[in-house]
Design a protein around this ligand. Structure first.
Ligand code: FAD
Ligand code: MLT
Ligand code: ZN
Length: 457
């Protein structure tokens, strides 16, 4: 924390680096950078700095290190674990001005983008070149490539293409010691020592500030089919997804929602229910290929047990309608207050039991709480959202995350640890692993100025 009388000289020095117009100190203008997307986590900052290039980012880090001022890097501020907001008076370094995307390298099937480019902009650039950037998620219009890398974002297409780390060929970043590291040649075979892009990916802004990345692109498939499958039970839905994953090579999404969540979405957004009568569980599946995958999808779906109804979309308008039942969950749950968002992965053989058990455990701890379950069932990633509990009542997180660890799951599937889950890192990582993480942190950020309130307890 900087003493109040030192703010003035710090702000002036930051202004010398980025221009005073790019140092935001006005309280009203700072507010959006000081609170997270869920409103559960907030703090304050003396200044939001908006650099325009990597040298300015490096100069900011050197200055802050000299002045012993901590930094929180921020992209689109759509993170869901409170990792991107200043909790204890840190300076916010916003990457949003650094949003350039180079022309797509079609021969290499790669693109170079600055960290502040939005996911949607990178996907659009790839698309325009006849390719695709296969990571996709609901916050695509606001979330940035830098934020995606920092959180190793997963999203809806992971079952086919992997997450952000799998697409990362090269990175440019400023480490916590102020040094710039840059490896953007795009060589896909290059085993020359430690792979810094992989290390920085998922480091949640604790080791370096990502300023640009070289990203792998994949084939764009123009034939696509989407279906909403209504099941009698979670068990049938989970078993059905396993069948579809084996039967359909071109499956790129398998997303689960429950009746209560769909009703909430319909009420919030004035949507008609997907079927004439409600069903306990729904799975949204999507396949894409160079030729129409509808017949393959239909044959596989016809073999499923416990299936009660199906709605199929083969045009973009209808597809978007079906996706709304899934993607509007985050906003709809947010209308009920500040949720505890616990993003977990459960081993496939435990998944159905876990989804049945967790609402009971939550109710036992907090009888008035509501549990909302949805997510990326194809890879075992369930979003456990709990509403009706005070934002700072960590007991509910303990109940859910403790049970996740008991069944051999991950307490952080795709959102990261942030500040929300750092107390429970030990549930998934040994003392030796946490010591190794601390040693890496000390090596790359010797004074501990980068995102000091996230990840490591
Ligand atoms: P921010 O929120 O700004 O920051 C997130 C973290 O990254 C913070 O710790 C921050 O300090 C750090 N950071 C940001 N930029 C940099 C940088 N340039 N260098 C170093 N550190 C940096 N996530 C998924 O994985 N899958 C989903 O399906 C998904 N769906 C979502 C849907 C909605 C509606 C919303 C609101 C969020 C969703 N998220 C999802 C969460 C979120 O979008 C991702 O975590 C995303 O990667 C965050 O990007 P951002 O630019 O908003 O990062
Ligand atoms: C999603 O899959 O919709 C996201 O990860 C956001 C959320 O968990 O609410
Ligand atoms: Zn998700």
């Amino acid at each position: 924390m900087v003493p109040a009388d030192a703010f003035g000289s710090l702000v002036a020095a930051l202004g010398d680096i980025v221009g005073s117009a790019n140092v935001i100190t006005d309280a009203e203008a700072r507010r959006g950078y000081e609170i997270d997307w869920t409103s559960r986590f907030h703090g304050s900052t003396p200044a939001v700095v908006r650099p325009s290039n990597v040298n300015e980012v490096a100069a900011i880090v050197v200055l802050c290190r000299r002045e012993r001022v901590s930094i929180v890097p921020q992209g689109g501020n759509t993170g869901l674990v409170g990792g991107g907001v200043p909790l204890a008076g840190e300076v916010v370094v916003s990457l949003q001005r650094m949003s350039a995307i180079d022309p797509v390298d079609v021969a290499a099937r790669q693109v170079t983008a600055q960290a502040g480019a939005t996911l949607a902009a990178v996907r659009a650039a790839a698309n325009a070149a006849g390719l695709t950037y296969p990571v996709d998620l609901g916050a695509r219009d606001t979330a940035t490539i830098g934020g995606n890398i920092a959180t190793n974002a997963g999203g809806i297409n992971l079952i086919r293409y992997g997450g952000t780390r799998e697409q990362l060929v090269g990175i440019e970043a400023v480490l916590g010691n102020g040094e710039i590291v840059r490896r953007m040649s795009g060589l896909v075979k290059d085993n020359t020592g430690y792979h810094l892009p992989s290390l920085l990916c998922g480091s949640e802004g604790t080791l370096g500030i990502v300023t640009a990345a070289r990203l792998r692109l994949t084939t764009r498939y123009d034939h696509r089919v989407t279906a909403l499958l209504a099941f009698a039970s979670v068990e049938a839905a989970v078993a059905g997804v396993a069948v579809l994953r084996t039967a359909i090579d071109t499956l790129e999404a398998a997303e689960i929602v429950l009746d209560a969540g769909v009703r909430l979405v319909c009420a919030c957004f004035d949507l008609r229910p997907p079927f004439a009568r409600p069903h306990p569980v729904y799975v949204l599946v999507e396949a894409a290929d160079a030729t129409d995958p509808t017949a393959e999808m239909s044959a596989a779906v016809a073999s499923l047990e416990g299936l009660e109804d199906v709605a199929v979309a083969d045009d973009d308008g209808r597809r978007a309608q079906l996706w709304r039942y899934r993607e509007e969950h985050t906003l709809a749950i947010g209308t009920l207050g500040q949720p505890h968002k616990l993003d977990v992965t459960i081993p496939q053989h435990e998944l159905a039991t876990f989804m049945g058990e967790i609402p009971t455990r939550v109710s036992r701890y907090a009888p008035t709480a509501s549990t909302w379950l949805f997510g990326h069932v194809g890879d075992g990633n369930i979003h456990v959202n709990v509403t009706g509990v005070e934002p700072d009542d960590d007991g509910i997180d303990e109940v859910v995350l403790g049970h996740v660890a008991e069944v051999g799951g991950s307490i952080s599937a795709e959102h990261g640890i942030g500040t929300a889950k750092k107390r429970w890192l030990h549930l998934n990582r040994s003392r030796a692993e946490i010591d190794a993480m601390r040693a890496i942190k000390r090596a790359l950020d010797p004074d501990g100025i980068l995102n000091p309130n996230v990840l490591l307890p």
